[in-house]
Design a protein around this ligand. Structure first.
Ligand SMILES: [Zn+2]
Length: 204
């Protein structure tokens, strides 16, 4: 008869421990799910939220973290849902341009981030679109063989890698109101800056 009683004590102790844990960490309600977030999920993406400022000049509406679009993102891209969705509309064109110019699709995206709580590069008076994670700094792409095509090294290249990058910038202008490139200024010699406006400029 001793065994069932000690089992009972064990179960009681386990329940008490569980209750204590629950008391320490009340379950948080899940964040509200937006149409944009749902759309990314429905597209089959493994997407999650990240802790972004919810108020102030650097707040991010609908923060999402993407570890993979159709291409690998390493490190994962922490951005806004709007930017992620714009990129996902654009990406099939990037892959098509890569097939045409390089003979194969890239494996991954080399990026310099989306969210940065700062003023605009070269214009300290205005908040950068990066402050709201409505911009992406694209440094280049990783190819299947592990080599990279980068804006810094290949933008001026007369061969396929240069043609690929310049065509990507040109195509980006159909998806992003603002596309800055090494043609823009010295701040953009190593990346393409793509953002969602409100200002429009295509430096492809
Ligand atoms: Zn930028």
């Amino acid at each position: 008869m001793a065994a069932p009683r000690s089992l009972g004590r064990l179960v009681t102790a386990a329940l008490l421990a569980l209750l204590a844990a629950c008391a320490r960490e009340p379950p948080r309600p899940p964040p509200p799910v937006s149409g944009c977030f749902d759309a990314l999920r429905a597209a089959g993406l493994r997407v999650e939220r990240w802790e972004a400022p919810g108020t102030g000049a650097c707040r991010v509406d609908e923060p999402v973290r993407l570890a993979r679009s159709g291409l690998a993102l390493d490190p994962p891209l922490e951005t806004s849902c709007s930017l992620a969705r714009a990129w996902l509309r654009f990406e099939p064109e990037v892959r098509a341009i890569a097939r045409r110019e390089l003979g194969a699709e890239p494996r991954g995206i080399v990026h310099m981030g989306s969210h940065a709580c700062r003023r605009m590069t070269g214009n300290a008076g205005r908040a950068s679109l990066h402050a709201r994670a409505l911009a992406l700094d694209l440094a280049g792409f990783e190819l299947a063989d592990g080599t990279r095509v980068t804006v810094l090294e290949h933008w001026h290249d007369r061969g396929p890698r240069g043609r690929f990058l310049r065509a990507v910038a040109k195509a980006a202008c159909r998806h992003f109101p603002m596309v800055l490139t090494p043609r823009s200024d010295r701040f953009h010699r190593d990346h393409l800056h793509l953002d969602l406006g409100p200002f429009a400029r295509c430096d492809a």
